[in-house]
Design a protein around this ligand. Structure first.
Ligand SMILES: [Fe+2]
Length: 208
């Protein structure tokens, strides 16, 4: 059956009430990303007429469940953050990559790196601290599911860089710090001419 946003949200809303919610949602996501064109078509229909289209298109945002579709452009770099709960990520197009961090005194240290190349589904641990990047030439496509509120949740934390103190997570900080990091890394890599997203393109307005 073709991917349908409302059906997907309904399935995840039922699964999130179960003890093994992340595993159930990983199964739902694996089925969804097995048909990448189905997701792409549903998103294209949903975003028809929108310009620019949001990088994070929010399907649902509540205290129990947040789901959004992400398009992450090439050579874009987000800063370290936590989710204050589990997450399930399904990449159906391109690649999403991240470093995993541990807190070491007053700084973060890198403990590992994960490359999620489509098709790929991962359950992320509730205490995970990671960043996000797309170092490939292709814009990625993925669906992110969280068992809590995700945007502007003060008990979530964000770090401006590895040596900074954690701050409460806000979309504004995420955008500002991510653009700082992206500018710095693009300068180092000679990619300054690449397009940059605008703050207004980041998250769909309807459901923050
Ligand atoms: Fe994250």
């Amino acid at each position: 059956m073709a991917f349908d946003v409302n059906d997907f949200v309904a399935c995840c809303s039922a699964a999130v009430r179960e003890d093994d919610a992340p595993e159930r949602i990983a199964t739902i996501l694996r089925e969804a990303i097995a048909d990448p064109d189905g997701i792409a078509n549903a998103i294209a229909q949903r975003q028809f007429g929108q310009s620019p289209t949001p990088m994070a298109d929010v399907f649902v945002s509540s205290d129990e469940l947040t789901i959004y579709h992400v398009t992450f452009p090439p050579n874009l770099y987000g800063v370290p953050h936590d989710h204050a709960g589990w997450a399930v990520i399904g990449v159906y197009k391109g690649s999403e990559e991240f470093y995993v961090y541990a807190e070491d005194g007053h700084r973060l240290v890198r403990r590992g790196r994960k490359v999620m190349r489509a098709p790929s589904v991962e359950i992320l641990a509730p205490d995970l601290i990671h960043d996000i990047e797309n170092s490939q030439d292709e814009t990625s496509g993925s669906i992110h599911v969280y068992g809590n509120r995700h945007f502007d949740l003060p008990r979530r934390r964000i770090w401006r860089d590895e040596g900074a103190q954690p701050e409460p997570f806000t979309v504004d900080r995420s955008f500002a710090y991510g653009m700082e990091r992206t500018n710095r890394l693009r300068r180092e890599r000679g990619l300054e001419e690449t397009d940059m997203p605008e703050r207004g393109d980041l998250v769909s307005r309807s459901s923050q």
